[in-house]
Design a protein around this ligand. Sequence first.
Ligand code: BGC
Length: 489
Amino acid sequence: MAHRANARGRSPVHRTRRSRSSPGRAVIWLAAITALGGLLFGYDTGVVSGALLFLKNDFPHISALQKELVTSFLLAGAAVGAIGAGRVSDRIGRQRTILVTAALFLAGVLSAAFSPSFLVLLAAQVVIGLGVGSASMVVPMYIGEAAPPQFRGALVSFNQLALSTGILVSYLVDYALSGTGNWRLMFGLACLPAAALFLGMLFQPESPAWLIAHGRLADAQRVLRRLRPPDAVEGELAGMLRSTQRQDARARELLRPSLRPALLLGLLLAVFQQITGINTVIYYAPTLLNNAGLGSSAALLANVANGIVNVGMTIVAIRLLDRVGRRALLITGTCGMATALLTIALIFLASGPHLSTPAALAAVAALVVYIGSFAIGLGPVFWLLISEIYPVRVRASAMSAAAAANWGANFLVTISFLTLLNAITNAGTFFMFAFLTAVALIYFWRRVPETTGLQLDDISADTARRRPTAALVPAQASAGREPRHAAGR
Ligand code: BGC
């Protein structure tokens, strides 16, 4: 029996009937290999903070500004990489774009590790950034296009799991190498997953959705036979074909009125993911705790705890995304983030900038709740939703735009955070993040559709036709079936 959600999708999401209890080994393997791109995204963004401390070993006159450049060149490169990867992946295919991305990572990290001068290091950061930005959009897109609908949430979020693991590994590597100060090795170790990504991708197929969009029906059928149980191939193929016929959109048509709501949704999710403060915590938690009176090793330990919670809660999200749905996790997680940020603000308001031991412990606990809430909601759900809500012909361009907005917002928040702390105090800064998170919560509640269990082409057909606020009722797992839409608003 089909159940109805109300117009905003608030009713519980019903489980899609599963044609199989597992997505199959070929798809799991594909998602795991591709997610190495996410691991590199996390590692390369995380490793810089530790490496910065030791650059003076080789560049004794390095200034604070030059250190900032090392970080910001990576983020700027990532914004450019995200934009470029959209076009490239439409032209040469998703799988080959990931190969190029892996090559960029390899070139970048090896140049950073062997850089003979500061300028070469900066150039290497830009190249690594291009890889990071490209991976950030093409990895979720490729997995999303290859995954069976009823497992898509979990499989796309392998990317977020790998990403948070990459951040955690980078903390541990920074910590382990801090004794020798070997920043070159900190950067250089990333060549291992980069090489594994390159080699692994050589054996992965092209995305079936991309093949169909390029008129290569027989190739798409061959790939689907490899990735799906035999009885699901024809129906899914038919669904994809229908969707390419009815969605003759091109990149420049992204601004077409019917696509505008979905474009706006992706851009706002991207910006909210950053302006709610996640990377101020990821990049600066030890500095913040240290300044607040916690010893440096306690601050580093608290950071490792944050990293572990980030990974652990992403695993919980992977288990829940296809069962309870994207909206429920997004909204619960964002509530948790807002509450934790408000708590941190109140702790600083009550104690001033220097915390007593109990206050510092309470702040650490609130930080952990904040990170855990991000990891169960906005972290994975943003990257997942932008891989789901666009029609295939504009998917790459729209995801590029959302990923670039995410990197741009990340850059702005990261460079302004320390200045903000000085200008409006710790309490003021966290009140501001709590407020922005409350605004995000209201927006998500009103605008984010439920996409759990639906075929990609059905979600995108719907977003192309109507406002994305309308709730969708999950289709049956059987391919090719038309989705049922909830009553209009
Ligand atoms: C965000 C990153 C963040 C990471 C933390 C990702 O979803 O896009 O900016 O550093 O989550 O795990």
